[in-house]
Design a protein around this ligand. Structure first.
Ligand code: NAD
Length: 499
């Protein structure tokens, strides 16, 4: 049964058919086998090249958000464990990794990349089980991109003198790295690959709801025979992350997560010697002009907001559409949304999977309730949601005003707010009317117009006639409350070099 129903429009197509009658074709289920996953019943901490028991013997469970079944128990690292991991990383930095040549470091990174490829199917299944994202996305996007990041930075490890940071740029030392749950393995790769290539050692903390793929990566680090202590993985919640941030033996903090937590970390790190990069939230604008190719643009809008259930920092969660085409775009958009297949993430036909946690579902429900109470018009897919697990049907709000909370707050779910504009100037003003500045999209047949708009948008990443394109050679990061520092590309090395 669908928990949310379309509230207003019943005849979207103008031909008397209701939303549910516009639904997608039926597909036979095509489930991926979970047999390849080998999830262990419990996982320890990965410190000094081995899995160890947490000193306080505390564990927590990690769930499959699609059915609420327990997948495994995971160790909760105490402050003693974080201290142990940081000391081990320091020793490995001084005795081993800082003395290892760039060409040697590259060999390890290449090995890790190839092992990720070899174990890609298993990693994709584990990612989908633990996160709830469709297997199609973990298989085709998360895991290949994670391998690509290790390949890419392996190529840089012996060429740092040519990266534009002086002839012999030096590593920083021990990096403390904290990542979110939306792209668990990919975020780990974004952090570890450039740091290790540049000659740093690492202590990485995955998000508490999605530790499993990072722990499989720990097995891969063992398989690759990475010297013990060079990369350590401590699992736990915000308290573990906090211990890592405050540890005096850490030289650099790299944080990806919410703006709220990032702000607190910035304050705590401010009075220390630590270097800091922050990759935070966003409220990306996808700007659509009336000359944009409509079919491609509708697919781009759909991908921009419903990819990964909208759990994407750079999601195009605000659609700015030129008034002359607003009715047609909305009609086609809602029609396309209705065709999205929502359900079992392990089914290869699924487009939209489960929400990662009960807490995130509650946040999405709370924020969308403001949409209706503040006067926006709600369209919700009439899909049938599974009885168990955490689910939210794809939703579009029209008639949204800039003052509405759904136009200002990051919902981090499958919810799109549609606003309109008349002139390019108005589009730019509205797109920039946010505290965030991570990503935007522009859709127009005219390259000159796309460039004119792009130059005036205050955001770290701008896509033209596409959305959500990621590549390891391309820098990614935000401005204003979306953070600072870049990951990816040559720029991503700067965060891990003493420059
Ligand atoms: P979150 O800030 O709640 O948690 C992120 C990580 O920080 C987790 O590992 C968590 O355990 C840890 N943490 C929590 N409190 C901490 C503290 N006080 N000190 C240190 N660590 C702490 O964010 P989330 O809900 O996991 O992720 C969603 C957010 O991440 C969204 O806002 C999203 O936009 C953002 N994000 C940004 C990017 C980017 O590249 N800019 C990428 C992915 C996600």
């Amino acid at each position: 049964m669908c928990e949310q129903t379309s509230s207003v429009v019943t005849d979207l197509n103008g031909d008397g058919r209701s939303l549910s009658q516009l639904g997608s074709l039926e597909y036979d289920p095509a489930p991926e086998s979970v047999a390849v996953a080998h999830v262990r019943p419990s996982y320890g901490l990965f410190i000094d090249g081995v899995f160890t028991e947490p000193s306080a013997h505390e564990q927590f469970v990690t769930l499959n958000p699609a059915n609420e079944e327990v997948l495994a128990t995971v160790a909760r690292a105490s402050s003693n464990d974080v201290d142990h991991a940081v000391r081990v990383a320091r020793r490995a930095y001084e005795n081993v990794w800082s003395k290892t040549s760039g060409a040697e470091r590259a060999k390890y990174l290449f090995r890790i990349a190839r092992l990720i490829q070899e174990r890609a199917r298993e990693l994709a299944v584990i990612e989908t089980l633990d996160n709830g994202k469709p297997i199609r996305e973990s298989r085709d996007i998360d895991i290949p991109l994670a391998a690509a990041h290790f390949f890419y930075y392996a190529g840089w490890a012996d060429k740092l003198g040519h990266a534009g940071f002086g002839p012999e740029p030096q590593p920083i030392g021990v990096a403390g790295q904290i990542i979110p749950w939306n792209f668990p393995l990919l975020m780990a790769a974004w952090k570890l690959a450039p740091a290790l290539a540049a000659g740093n050692t690492c202590v990485l903390k995955p998000a508490e709801t999605t530790s499993l793929s990072a722990l499989v990566l720990a097995e891969i680090l063992q398989q690759a025979e990475l010297p013990p202590g060079v990369a350590n993985i401590v699992t736990g919640d915000g308290a573990t992350g906090s211990d890592l941030v405050d540890h005096p033996g850490v030289d650099k903090i790299a944080f990806t997560g919410s703006t709220e937590v990032g702000r607190g970390i910035q304050q705590r790190v401010a009075s220390s010697h630590k270097r800091l990069t922050l990759e935070l939230g966003g409220k990306g604008a996808n700007i659509v002009f009336d000359d944009a190719p409509i079919d491609e643009m509708i697919e781009g809008i759909i991908d921009g907001i419903f990819f990964n259930q909208g759990h994407v920092c750079c999601a195009g969660s605000r659609l700015l559409v030129q008034e002359t085409v607003a009715d047609e775009v909305l009609r086609r958009l809602v029609r396309r949304m209705e065709q999205l297949r929502v359900g079992d993430p392990m089914d290869k036909n699924t487009d939209v999977g489960a929400i990662n946690s009960a807490a995130q579902l509650a946040r999405i429900e709370e924020l969308t309730s403001y949409g209706e109470s503040e006067g926006a018009t709600r369209y919700t897919s009439s899909c049938t949601l599974p009885d168990k697990g955490y689910w939210f049907a794809p939703t579009v709000f029209a008639n949204v005003a800039q003052s509405h909370r759904i136009a200002r707050d990051e919902i981090f779910g499958p919810v799109l707010s549609v606003l309109t504009f008349r002139t390019p100037e108005e589009a730019v003003v509205k797109a920039n009317n946010t505290n965030y500045g991570l990503a935007c999209g522009v859709w127009s047949e005219k390259g000159s117009r796309a460039l004119w708009v792009a130059q005036r948008l205050r955001a770290g990443v701008i896509w033209a006639n596409t959305y959500n394109r990621f590549d390891p050679s391309s820098p990614f990061g935000g401005v204003r409350e979306s953070g600072f520092g870049r990951e990816g590309g040559r720029h991503g090395l700067e965060a891990y070099l003493n420059v």
